[in-house]
Write a protein that binds this ligand. Structure first.
Ligand SMILES: [Zn+2]
Length: 169
């Protein structure tokens, strides 16, 4: 419930930036994402209409980008994890863990997404569309692989981007 509220705030926050994203407040209807399968109704984004009971045929329908697709399109992210000193022998397991964890999160909430995993000079860089997803994923990595130091820093308000450094020692 709380999460839905956060989502709604976010949508309103993002809405004024481009005309395309104008989502009339409180307007009844559906918004289909043009990029993915997400559908907006009842104040949050869903994977599909399966749980929309009493679907009315005359509901207004709009097409737009969902916040996750918009963020990816804008090359933005809300969570960043840099994993340093990853031992070669666990690299594959680490990548598999990241993908499986993010997939589960996505199944729960279509706005929770892994954007990319990239090898950089600093280490393995993971970006996500939600800061809490990054935090949970970083904690999971630390739990699974043990000898990992974690440092979390949030960017100043009103931004809610989280930067996490994980270092294998
Ligand atoms: Zn989308």
């Amino acid at each position: 419930m709380k999460k839905n509220l956060v989502k709604q705030e976010k949508i309103e926050l993002y809405a004024p930036r481009t005309e395309e994203r104008e989502i009339p407040k409180g307007k009844l209807g559906l918004i289909f994402c043009k990029e993915c399968e997400a559908v907006y109704y009842k104040k949050s984004w869903h994977h599909n209409l399966r749980n929309y009971k009493k679907l009315k045929e005359n509901l207004p329908v709009n097409f737009s980008l969902c916040p996750a697709c918009q963020m990816i399109k804008n090359k933005q992210f809300e969570g960043e994890i840099i994993v340093k000193n990853v031992p070669e022998k666990i690299k594959k397991d680490l990548i598999n863990l990241i993908k499986a964890f993010s997939q589960k999160a996505y199944e729960r909430d279509p706005m929770d997404r892994l954007i990319a995993i990239k090898e950089t000079k600093e280490g393995t860089r993971i970006t996500t569309t939600e800061n809490q997803l990054a935090v949970k994923l970083a904690k999971k990595i630390k739990d699974v692989f043990k000898k990992v130091n974690m440092k979390i820093s949030y960017s100043p308000q009103p931004s809610d981007v989280v930067y996490i450094k994980l270092t294998f020692n």
